[in-house]
Design a protein around this ligand. Structure first.
Ligand SMILES: *Cc1c(COP(=O)(O)O)cnc(C)c1O
Length: 357
């Protein structure tokens, strides 16, 4: 047996779901409804698809632009930051990992809310560090309790805003108060994967702290509203010295040619973003109304998914929905997370839910 560090041996590998095609074959159904991974139901940005021309594809023998020159240039102009204040990642997932590997050493702590994104404890524990989980309060990040949990050993605080799997958010004012209390020498990772879906007027405010020179890494992604989850690309915004440190261990070619090309085009596809938002808002209103009718407890969402609290076991409900061809996601022993889909997908979900309850 090869020796494996005890903290690696303690991790459970991520169990991927079956490919949808395989599930359909097993269940003998033509069209399953996948509402498990918060993907954009209307598809990728058409401009992104159109940008993946034969010319680009014909160049796949070449390594990608490791510096992501054009994409960083466009993002920088959009965001009003400098190019050296952006880091690209193979999905924003990779940037969570790079942040932990860059700024933590074995034995350090990272503070995070719970329930929150499962990748945070993975990234931290893979470094031989401790994930300090602070219970959500009313399913929202309890930023006061999180500030209380910071000690000498804390190197990173992970905040998902809005949060996954709950869909809740913290207002700018609350975040300001947290930053007031957080020590200046720790990194605050502000994960804003659902940024473009948020409608709450008192949201946002992380950029202000970046501009104030605080040690903050703001993460965004092309996987959600831009509909490019399959290509794996996201980005981080941080002070140039943070980006520089992270670049020491970033794989030189961590984002591919197709991903960079598609992301560049998607940024110009305002129509697709607008349509995605509309479909999401309509679907959200429909699902709220139906869940109310079915008397299923659920949480107001600032994202493209809805968190619901059940009376029964979520794994069991998940299994029964699966038999009906609907893929949702258990989000705790008695909670289910469902992605807001197209109107017909939302209907199929509600019908399946009514059937199995
Ligand atoms: C989906 C999601 C991400 C984005 O992951 P990618 O690697 O960019 O696909 C990051 N954080 C949270 C909380 C998410 O839900």
């Amino acid at each position: 047996m090869l020796r494996v560090p005890h903290y690696i041996a303690a991790l459970s590998p991520y169990v991927p779901g079956k490919p949808v095609e395989e599930l359909e074959r097993e269940l003998g159904i033509k069209e399953s409804v996948k509402l498990a991974s918060n993907e954009n139901p209307i598809g990728p940005s058409p401009k992104a698809v159109a940008a993946l021309t034969a010319h680009v594809i014909g160049g796949l023998n070449r390594y990608p632009d490791g510096g992501g020159f054009y994409l960083k240039q466009k993002l920088a102009a959009r965001l009003g930051v400098k190019e050296n204040e952006i880091i690209l990642g193979n999905g924003s997932n990779e940037l969570l990992d790079i942040a932990a590997r860059t700024f933590m050493e074995p034995g350090d702590d990272a503070v995070m809310a719970w329930p929150s994104f499962v990748v945070y404890p993975m990234a931290v524990q893979a470094m031989g560090c401790n994930a300090i989980k602070v219970d959500c309060k009313d399913l929202r990040h309890d930023l006061d309790a999180m500030a209380d949990a910071i000690t000498e050993k804390t190197r990173i605080v992970f905040i998902a805003n809005p949060n996954n799997p709950t869909g809740t958010y913290n207002a700018a004012e609350e975040f300001d108060a947290f930053m007031e209390r957080a020590p200046k020498d720790i990194l605050v990772v502000m994960d804003e994967a659902y940024y473009e879906y948020v409608t709450a007027p008192d949201y946002a405010g992380s950029m202000k702290h970046f501009r104030d020179g605080r040690n903050i890494l703001i993460l965004r992604t092309f996987s959600k509203i831009y509909g490019l989850a399959g290509l794996r690309i996201g980005y981080g915004i941080a002070g140039s010295s943070i980006v520089e440190e992270m670049n020491r261990i970033r794989e030189p070619f961590n984002t591919g040619t197709l991903a960079q090309t598609a992301a560049l085009a998607a940024l110009d596809d305002d129509g697709h973003v607008e349509r995605s938002r509309e479909v999401n808002e309509e679907g959200k209103a429909y699902l709220y109304a139906e869940l109310e009718r079915l008397k299923i407890n659920h949480v107001p969402s600032q994202t493209n998914f809805i968190f619901m609290m059940l009376d029964g076991d979520s794994g069991e409900l998940y299994g029964r929905l699966l038999q009906k061809g609907v893929i949702a996601r258990p989000a705790g022993p008695k909670a289910l997370r469902v992605t807001i889909g197209l109107p017909k997908e939302n209907k199929a979900f509600i019908k399946a839910l009514e059937d199995v309850l």
